[in-house]
Design a protein around this ligand. Structure first.
Ligand code: RB5
Length: 144
């Protein structure tokens, strides 16, 4: 299935680089597509809602640091958004957390590193077992 991708203005350059250089993957673009300032929570909303609607199964979210956009994404029950910054965290995001969104920082992660993190996250398998119980707890609990 295709991978969704979205960024705010702080992640726009990295998003464009990923789309141009990871040609083995098919991306569905949820914006933004200029350097004009936009609000990252609204960008996260578009991609998270597409996942929860079943339009896509996973996605990549990028803002300046990856922090704000990951905070917003994780407000949605059933979204597991992981901010990764090296290959180990990208691998664990899938192997242990079954992250359905990988978050990256457009101002903190280099273009080459981003490609490696995406490839690692996209190709790693969720280990299940004891991690499945924990992921079920993440998704079944809403805390007010
Ligand atoms: C936008 O300037 C910046 O705050 C945003 O991209 C992100 O880094 C927030 O966490």
């Amino acid at each position: 299935m295709s991978i969704g991708i979205a960024s705010d203005h702080g992640g726009y350059s990295l998003k464009s680089y990923i789309q141009s250089n990871l040609t083995t993957m098919k991306f569905i673009d949820y914006g933004t597509n200029t350097l004009d300032s936009v609000h990252y929570p609204l960008i996260a909303d578009k991609l998270c809602q597409a996942i929860l609607a079943g339009d896509i199964s996973r996605g990549i979210l990028i803002c300046g640091t990856g922090i704000g956009i990951s905070i917003r994404a994780n407000r949605y029950q059933g979204i597991r958004a992981a901010l990764a910054f090296d290959e180990f965290t990208a691998e664990m995001a899938k192997a242990h957390n079954n992250a359905n969104i990988l978050c990256l920082g457009g101002r903190t992660t280099s273009n080459d590193t981003a490609l490696k993190l995406i490839t690692t996250w996209a190709t790693t398998r969720f280990e299940g077992g004891r991690h499945a119980t924990r992921v079920e707890l993440l998704d079944s609990t809403t805390i007010k």
